[in-house]
Design a binder for this molecule. Structure first.
Ligand code: SF4
Length: 334
């Protein structure tokens, strides 16, 4: 099976703003290495999760994939098309704006408070010339409201965002992301601002678009519980790199990389017997700066298993199970 999205050695560096005098004296410019050599593939109807703490580079990766940021290096393929260096006009001309969409985290900030729901949903259809008649516009908007379970749709279409609950607003954000019938969607923490009781409904809604229309997702989260609920495969990010990847259930049940093990150790477990048996992996100190990340394995200053080689040489991705890889010297001889 061919991937719908292929990301190869993606890098996104932001130059640090320093004065001219500093640059002359110090010579080289400094960069924040937000994403630093990330590779993965996403298949049709697949939900690939990027998980990690704040600042690990997952949102930046998502923004580069939908063309909101330009990559510094690396390639992104959508089907067989290299989309890494296209400008906004080319995105529109090739129809990519319709095929690739992003759903943002904050349902309060991502909807214009002065627009009615109808106008919020009509805008992408009109801008992208996706409808020819007023009837077609009405029909598409009402159908999408029904699909996100805002029923009856004509009751919701003429309200303003502030007249809806947080969960209903996130349904509008999803309806807007889906109104052009995209093939690939980046969903950036779509449930993190919502009450726990409605998160599952929103995750099920995303899943329904995969089932009905074959949408593939990059699902970005810091929460391994939602990752486990919705994801097929996962990539765990640390300081701009993927350190472990594989089927979600396998990575969460049998984590190999010390960073993944520490993330899972930190999840509270309600079963006291299981909690007693669970091995606790603690990392030392704080996440280092992405301006000058540690040489070798980026986790080595914090890793309880660090060896000599870890501070000298970056570990490659090593096969640790079926479709399961970890970038760690502990598995060199497997
Ligand atoms: Fe720890 Fe070394 Fe593995 Fe890095 S390569 S995670 S420092 S054991």
């Amino acid at each position: 099976m061919k991937p719908i999205v292929s990301v190869k050695n993606l890098k996104k560096y932001y130059p640090l703003k320093k004065g001219l005098l500093y640059t002359i004296l110090m010579g080289e410019k400094e960069y924040v290495k937000a994403v630093d050599g990330v590779s993965f593939e996403i298949y049709e109807k697949e939900i690939f999760v990027l998980a990690g703490e704040t600042g690990s580079g997952k949102t930046t990766t998502g923004k580069v994939l939908v063309g909101l940021e330009k990559p510094t290096e690396g390639e992104i393929y959508f089907k067989d098309q290299n989309i890494s260096r296209l400008n906004p006009k080319e995105w529109k001309r090739k129809g990519l704006r319709r095929k690739i969409q992003m759903i943002f985290q904050d349902p309060y900030e991502s909807l214009n408070p002065r627009s009615k729901i109808y106008d919020i949903l009509a805008e992408p259809l009109i801008v992208n010339k996706a409808v020819e008649t007023r009837e077609e516009l009405d029909e598409k908007i009402m159908r999408k409201l029904e699909e996100v379970k805002l029923i009856p749709p004509d009751e919701f279409a003429f309200r303003y965002p502030h007249q809806l609950s947080g969960g209903q607003r996130q349904r509008i954000v999803i309806a807007r992301g889906m109104i052009l019938d995209p093939e690939f969607v980046v969903a950036d923490e779509p449930v993190s601002m919502l009450d726990v009781s409605i998160r599952i409904d929103i995750l099920n809604l995303l899943n329904s678009f995969r089932e009905k229309y074959g949408v593939s997702y990059l699902y970005i989260t810091h929460d391994l519980a939602t990752a486990r609920y919705i994801g097929d495969r996962i990539g765990i990010m640390y300081l701009g790199q993927i350190v472990e990847t594989g089927p979600v259930e396998e990575v969460i049940q049998n984590p190999k990389h010390p960073y993944t093990q520490a993330l899972i150790s930190a999840i509270p477990i309600p079963d006291p017997e299981y909690a007693r048996r669970k091995e606790i992996i603690e990392l030392k100190g704080e996440i280092p700066s992405p301006i000058n990340p540690p040489k070798g394995c980026r986790l080595h200053p914090r890793c309880p298993f660090a060896m000599d080689i870890c501070s000298k040489k970056e570990p490659p991705m090593i096969e640790v199970g079926r479709g399961h890889q970890a970038s760690c010297w502990l598995y060199e001889k497997i």
